[in-house]
Design a protein around this ligand. Structure first.
Ligand code: IMP
Length: 449
């Protein structure tokens, strides 16, 4: 069975550490990424000063000894992949090339696709605020049948031809723009980047097992010892290309629906669905962020939650808990059975705000005057929010020590969530785990209700 863990917000929910917790707790022999690429950054804190952010490799591959799959709907930047593998080896002593398999169907990001991000952002009427990693051009080029895919890397002649097609296509497009002006002040030299790209393609050719993923997955599932997978989603529900706040989304399916295509599994092979959410919200990039906090609070949450992008270093906007967004993330997945919620970063609550009530969004106001507890996209048509006052979900003592009283205090927040979502059909969701720190193992389990 394939269990899936995904983000329920705008990404950056702290999925990395919680993935490792599940892998260790439930002994998954296989770990998977099925969507996205280096736009994701899963920060992992192993204690003893050992931290790393992985962008392509499934988080749990860093533990070593676990089979790690990168699925059909992923896009991979060869040079980023190469440096990531090198860093994992240097910092953690784990050679991920031993046990990793990349789908033949995965898209390859070249520096030309990254150039496209710069061009698009320079001409966009409404900026998406991309991560600058060439994601849209790679997924777009895939649909236009004009990119290099991982299978081309296996055979040098195929690579040469596919790469030529891709470059020709991108150069024709780029001719319409004043590239030196667009790149002014940016640390991006196309020629130098292409040299690194070719070097990394050669590295992939020699070191990475590029496979028929659907077959690999079915072979592994057939054997009892390798039949338990944990698939780790990248980004979050609101960034899904189809089900998110289009156009302020990424270019892949971040919801659980993406797992079928990303791995080539059928519905009978789908196991448990885990969704990770922070008690508060964050977002980077363009588009509406209807639950945004007042600036003074936002700065404090940014500080305490270390809310800056793992891939880009950009500060994340911080927002109040939003029950409409959470309800949406649960209900959109209603076909999968109960959503097992993991609340991450429960330990984050600025001490300056401990004696003030907190706000939570419970409904959205729409342009037509209606008020709704259900999310209606696009978010730009929402003109306001209805809030409720809630108690701070943290106290002056340290939740990371798993003190029972601290956990009880956080229970008040969980009670509020259960109460606000009590109109959802029975068994729509259950809160399973509360994450109490960035390190692996910093969590406690919620008793069944
Ligand atoms: P892209 O995926 O780089 O094309 O970016 C499209 C949108 O998704 C932008 O608003 C990004 O900020 C956002 N985005 C993409 N990946 C992540 C992520 O891992 N965390 C948070 N936001 C992301």
């Amino acid at each position: 069975m394939v269990d899936v863990l995904l983000g329920l917000q705008w990404g950056d929910e702290g999925k990395g550490a919680r993935t490792l917790d599940l892998i260790m707790r439930d002994d998954y022999p296989v770990t998977v990424r099925y969507n996205g690429g280096p736009n994701a950054g899963h920060s992992l804190d192993f204690g003893n000063g050992k931290t790393i952010a992985v962008h392509v490799t499934p988080s749990a591959a860093t533990l070593g000894g676990i089979i790690s799959l990168m699925g059909n709907d992923m896009v991979v930047d060869p040079y980023g992949f190469y440096t990531e593998a090198r860093d994992i080896l240097r910092i953690l002593g784990v050679d991920i090339t031993n046990n990793s398999f990349l789908s033949r169907e995965a898209g390859i990001i070249s520096p030309y696709q990254r150039l496209f991000d710069f061009i698009e952002e320079s001409i966009a009427f409404e900026k998406i605020g991309t991560t600058g990693k060439g994601i849209a051009a790679t997924y777009g080029g895939y649909r236009e049948r004009k990119i290099v895919r991982a299978c081309d890397v296996v055979d040098k002649d195929n690579f040469r031809i596919a790469n030529q097609h891709m470059i020709q296509r991108m150069q024709t497009y780029a001719k319409n723009f004043d590239i030196p002006k667009i790149l002014e002040g940016k640390n991006f030299d196309l020629e130098a980047e292409m040299v690194k790209y070719y070097h990394a393609i050669e590295w992939m050719h020699q070191n990475i097992k590029i496979v028929d993923m659907n077959k690999k997955v079915q072979d592994l599932l057939r054997h009892r010892k390798t039949s338990k997978f944990l698939a780790e989603g990248a980004q979050g529900v609101l960034l899904d290309i189809n089900h998110g706040d289009y156009p302020y989304v990424t270019s892949s399916n971040t919801c659980a629906f993406g797992v079928f295509n990303g791995l080539g599994i059928g519905h009978k092979q789908f196991g448990k669905l885990y969704g990770v959410t922070k008690p508060y919200n964050t977002k980077v990039g363009g588009g509406e962020f209807i639950c945004e906090m007042s600036t003074d609070r936002e700065l404090l949450f940014q500080r305490d939650g270390n809310e800056k992008g793992a891939s880009t270093g950009r500060p994340r906007m911080c927002g109040y808990p939003d029950m409409v967004v959470l309800r949406h993330a649960i209900t959109i997945h209603r076909g999968f059975g109960p959503m097992h919620i993991i609340v991450s970063k429960a330990d984050i609550y600025p001490s300056e705000l401990l004696d003030k009530p907190m706000l939570a969004v419970v409904a959205h106001k729409h342009r037509d005057g209606s008020i709704s507890k259900e999310l209606r996209l696009p978010l730009k048509d929402i003109v306001g929010v209805v809030t409720k006052e809630i108690a701070p979900w943290q106290a002056k003592y340290d939740l990371r020590k798993h003190n029972e009283n601290d956990c009880k205090l956080f229970d008040n927040f969980l009670n509020f969530v259960y109460e606000e979502l009590s109109d959802l059909p029975k068994n729509s969701f259950v809160i399973d785990i509360v994450g109490t720190g960035p390190q692996i193992g910093q969590y406690y389990e919620q008793p069944k209700r």
